[in-house]
Design a protein around this ligand. Structure first.
Ligand code: ATP
Ligand code: MG
Length: 369
């Protein structure tokens, strides 16, 4: 699968641009603040109807305009698919082959994307929320059911937290918790089960990638990190009963604090290298290697789940990697994964041989080279 064309109108600092992409490597070159990341963001937006760097859609619209429009052409199994997305005020409209989609969710699965940006270098050492986001986005792209579960769970969590505060402030009776508990446990356990399954597969792939990058010297292990007493093969029912038990145990404490402290919204992924938890004790190099291994594993994981490689967006990270890690990356993508690489300097990219197209970006205008 690859994105053959993209038309942008009033997206961020662009007015109108029509880009024709290479099916292998596309280099997006320009000085700071010219619009390189904006191009990647527009591709991400076309594929997911959301931005990877803001939750506020209106920020994507050119300051001087009222709305934006993107159109992309995708080649999948030798067939063309046209994706369109427009944003006018709060109204978002998405079309696939000129047909409007009823639900934004239905966009998922057409253009799958893996993005690797400087923040992802924090994937290892950063807060648990980054690792949750990583696993959530990954599963969401291949399962609209998972997205639905996450959305519902978020709503229930909010209600339950409000109720906990009301109980603490004696505005509601404790008995009211039961209904919310049941829904929290039911949805939460389904989410955790999905995560365990995905992590089992991803773990194997990440371990392989990691071993290659480190020349077999280090061994990576991914583990689901939760307060629940479960393991990587636990069944949904087992997760539910552990969830229920823990909630009971924590009930008084949660009422006192007014927040839900148990559940997938608090879980994490432990990253163990040679038996050491590198979230806490990893060196810079180990963090980088692991972040890269996770991203490369994500590409293979998606291929396994959907039958096709996603496209890869590399925002400013290529030049941050050393020769060894670069070669591993290039070997993984070579001739099979369409990749978009941003950089301020072409000289950083001389390792890239083969089929590529260069786009120079200056102040929201693109020049093909
Ligand atoms: P860097 O190398 O520093 O990462 P970049 O080329 O990736 O730079 P972008 O993040 O793509 O830069 O942003 C380019 C410019 O777009 C910035 O100067 C920013 O102020 C501008 N910009 C952001 N949002 C909008 C918007 N809604 N309308 C117009 N311009 C915008
Ligand atoms: Mg940038």
């Amino acid at each position: 699968m690859y994105l053959s064309q993209l038309y942008l109108k009033n997206f961020r600092n662009y007015n109108q641009e029509h880009l024709k992409f290479n099916k292998n490597i596309n280099l997006i070159i320009g000085s700071n603040a010219q619009g390189k990341t904006n191009v990647l963001e527009s591709i991400y937006f076309l594929g997911t109807a959301s931005s990877h760097r803001t939750n506020i859609d209106s920020e994507l619209v050119n300051w001087k305009e009222d709305g934006l429009y993107l159109k992309g052409e995708l080649i999948k199994n030798n067939q063309e698919i046209q994706l369109e997305i427009s944003l006018m005020g709060r109204k978002k409209e998405i079309k696939v082959n000129s047909n409007s989609l009823q639900r934004i969710n239905d966009l998922m699965g057409y253009l799958n994307i893996v993005i690797f940006s400087p923040e992802d270098l924090n994937l290892v050492k950063g807060s648990p929320s980054l690792r949750r986001k990583f696993i959530n986005i990954e599963i969401s792209q291949i399962s609209s059911y998972y997205r639905h579960l996450l959305g519902k769970y978020g709503q229930i969590l909010k209600h339950r937290n409000n109720l906990l505060k009301d109980i603490r402030d004696k505005k509601s009776p404790k008995e009211m918790l039961e209904v919310w508990n049941q829904q929290l446990i039911d949805l939460g356990s389904k989410i955790i089960k999905k995560r365990l399954e995905s992590l089992n597969k991803l773990g194997i792939l990440a371990r392989l990638m990691h071993r290659k990058i480190t020349d077999g010297l280090e061994s990576l292990e991914l583990k689901y990190d939760t307060e629940l007493e479960i393991d990587s093969n636990s069944l949904e029912e087992e997760i539910k009963s552990s969830f229920k038990l823990k909630l009971k145990e924590k009930e008084d404490n949660e009422i006192y604090r007014g927040v839900t402290t148990i559940g997938p919204h608090r879980d994490d992924i432990s990253l163990i290298v040679n038996n050491i938890d590198i979230r806490k004790f990893g060196s810079q190099g180990q963090q980088r290697t692991t972040a890269l291994a996770l991203k490369l594993a994500e590409l293979e994981f998606m291929k396994g789940e959907t039958g096709e490689y996603p496209i890869l967006l590399l925002d400013d990270v290529f030049s941050e990697l050393d020769i060894n890690r670069r070669s591993q990356l290039l070997e993984t993508i070579r001739d099979k994964i369409q990749t978009f690489i941003t950089s301020t300097d072409l000289a950083d990219l001389d390792q890239l041989k083969g089929n590529h197209q260069i786009f120079k970006i200056k102040n929201g205008s693109v020049f093909e080279v």
